[in-house]
Design a protein around this ligand. Structure first.
Ligand code: PMT
Length: 353
């Protein structure tokens, strides 16, 4: 499967790779969502979330994946909504979503929160049930069984459900899905271009884990790769760096936040600075894979100072939470609070970069 690597610019990428079939339909929905938010004067944030796949075959059986459960994106989206933003939530299909994330099948299976009156050993039997000598856990459900929420889970569920219903009623959350890195790139470009009508009132919060390498469709096997020929060698091409055209062409004065994921802590700040220098956006949030739930670093350009050679200077601010003191605390609450402050300055035009 090895052939000469192709060097893709963003332009040549979009000229040679096909858009996802649902793109036009998706973007029509985004357009009407944005125009409703524009009429109401809200700020809008695009949150990207989850990992992108790289298929190895056109009729895809095998693919590579990027690590991300979607926790960062889904949690942040909730805090943006709470802060009055409208949110376009562009996420990997089946990754975590705002509100429902609290009851993910792995951490909090929702069936464990429910009881059928007359069956659970923790619920009291319904008053109309006939007296029974067997314990409640063994009694059969009545012909019209009632489902209730386990008492100890009610307060939290009520909070989540209330926020969810409010967002639903105010129509401030719009959801889009991607699977492959190709879906992601096409959607990101199209949504960014639509959102650019909001100018400074738009924020772009790029928390998705984007593959750096891919297999162009021209090099993909049509059918399932056969295993009879021994080991498999695949040479992948580099995904074009999309932050550059995003800053320079697709968005207009929007406030752009990217994430930098590293596993070597020593690389985090230098790589975040390089990203800011190279792409010219507003903030890079650095996170170490193993510490990302309790510490992140904001890397930004100092707005008023340059060094002796006239180059930008950078500053770093760490956000840390102490999970031993507060197990429920979510670092995304602090990330979003900090970003909302910075974005307010940005909207007022008070930040010079
Ligand atoms: O979902 P969780 O499990 O909670 O995990 C959250 C997270 C760790 C995935 C998230 O916080 C995070 O760090 N996301 C960014 C991961 C990533 O793609 O890092 P990177 O260093 O490969 O890319 C850095 C930036 O470059 C990203 O903002 C990306 O949008 C951008 N990029 C990436 C690829 C590409 N071809 N062009 C780009 O411009």
């Amino acid at each position: 499967m090895s052939s000469e690597p192709i060097s893709f610019s963003a332009e040549s990428y979009f000229a040679t790779q096909l858009p996802p079939p649902t793109l036009e339909h998706d973007i029509a929905g985004v357009r009407s969502f944005i125009s409703r938010q524009q009429a109401s004067g809200r700020n809008v944030v695009l949150v990207t979330s989850g990992g992108t796949t790289v298929p190895l075959e056109l009729n895809v059986v095998r693919f590579l994946d990027n690590f991300s459960a979607g926790t960062r994106g889904a949690t942040s989206a909730e805090y943006f909504l709470k802060s009055g933003y409208a949110v376009i939530f562009m996420h990997r299909q089946f990754s975590l979503q705002p509100f429902s994330r609290h009851y993910s099948h792995s951490t909090n299976p929702f069936l464990d929160f429910l009881e059928i009156d007359g069956i659970s050993s923790t619920s009291s039997p319904p008053s109309e049930s006939p007296p029974s000598e067997s314990p409640p856990s063994e009694s059969p459900p009545s012909s019209d069984p009632q489902i209730t929420v386990t008492p100890s889970k009610r307060t939290h569920l009520l909070q989540v459900l209330t926020a969810y219903k409010q967002v639903h009623a105010s129509e401030t959350l719009h959801t889009l899905t991607f699977v492959t890195v190709n879906d992601y790139l096409w959607l990101l470009r199209a949504v960014s271009q639509e959102l650019s009508v909001l100018n400074r009132k738009a924020m772009y919060y790029l928390a998705a884990a984007v593959s750096d390498f891919f297999l162009p469709r021209q090099k993909m096997s049509e059918h399932k790769i056969q295993s009879g020929k021994g080991s498999l060698h695949i040479e992948m091409d580099q995904v074009p760096k999309i932050l550059k055209p995003m800053v320079d062409e697709w968005t207009r004065n929007g406030y752009i936040v990217s994430f930098k994921l590293e596993t070597d802590p020593a690389l985090l700040i230098p790589k975040a600075r390089t990203s800011l220098e190279r792409y010219g956006h507003q903030v890079v949030i650095g996170n170490d894979l193993n510490r990302r739930k309790f510490e992140v670093v904001f890397v930004e350009r100092k707005t008023k100072t340059k060094n002796a050679s006239g180059q930008d200077e950078f500053e770093e601010n760490w956000l840390k939470i102490d999970l031993s003191k507060d197990k429920e605390k979510e670092i995304e609450e602090d990330i979003v609070r900090e970003l909302v402050k910075r974005h307010e300055d940005w909207v007022r035009g008070g930040v010079l970069n």
